[in-house]
Design a protein. Structure first.
Length: 242
């Protein structure tokens, strides 16, 4: 902060970074609004839908790539649309599986250095520039999250969903972790550290399902779509859900 001259009363010399809005920043709001409108218009007509997450770095030679293809196929065969971030890796594999099974395959693509081009296995897509817009799309219209191994972005998406469920800002839906070898250590840490420390409760952990059985994943998704999971939580008093 720059201090004004004593006694001259010129408060305009006080400059805070948060106040330094560039002339083009206000127009950015219209771009954000346009991204939301385009995404909402597409996704509001696509129920039922399940979001699949995982690393963009996963190669076709990786075992989880093939498992994600099978996941996309099984969801499509169950009449469930598959929605991903539209990028490479696990996202590509899940979209590919859905396409191969003749199902709906949707991508919410984003401009990133590592994801300059969306994958070729979506039959409907939206392209956005803002991460938070992408995340809202992937959460708002999904009846479940299926999460494969991944890095910071994958963890961010998983824990944001769990946070919104915990704070009752959204109706609860299952967060399904595929890959016990990859996720088992995290679950153990949450039990031994986060729960024992009083940071989360057992109910919070119960929102997560760890499995290697893709048929079980589909069954959990179908139960969520049928409303059994939401109904159970609503009767507990989910008054703040939107």
């Amino acid at each position: 902060m720059k201090k004004p001259d004593e006694g001259n009363g010129d408060i305009s010399q006080y400059q805070y970074l948060i106040d330094e809005m560039q002339a083009g920043d206000s127009w950015r709001l219209f771009r954000i609004m346009a991204e939301f409108v385009e995404g909402f218009d597409l996704l509001s007509r696509q129920e039922p839908m399940v979001s699949v997450f995982g690393s963009a770095q996963t190669k076709p030679s990786d075992a989880y790539y093939d498992i994600a293809i099978s996941m996309g196929q099984k969801l499509a065969n169950a009449g469930i649309a598959v929605i991903t971030g539209g990028g490479p890796g696990i996202m590509e594999a899940a979209n590919k599986g859905a396409i191969e099974a003749g199902g709906k395959s949707i991508g919410i693509e984003i401009d990133l250095p590592l994801e300059q081009k969306g994958n070729d296995y979506t039959n409907q897509k939206v392209r956005v520039r803002h991460f938070f817009v992408r995340k809202v799309m992937l959460i708002k219209y999904s009846q479940a999250f299926v999460i494969f191994p991944g890095g910071f972005g994958t963890l961010d998406e998983a824990f944001e969903a769990l946070t919104l469920i915990r704070t009752r800002k959204i109706l609860p839906f299952p967060v399904i972790l595929v890959g016990s070898d990859e996720w088992g250590g995290l679950i153990d840490w949450l039990k031994e550290t986060a729960i024992k420390g009083g940071y989360i409760e057992q109910d919070d952990l119960d929102a997560m399902h760890l499995t290697d059985d893709l048929d079980e994943v589909v069954e959990i998704c179908q139960q969520s779509i049928a409303g059994s999971t939401k109904a159970r939580w609503i009767t507990k008093g989910c008054k703040g859900c939107e």
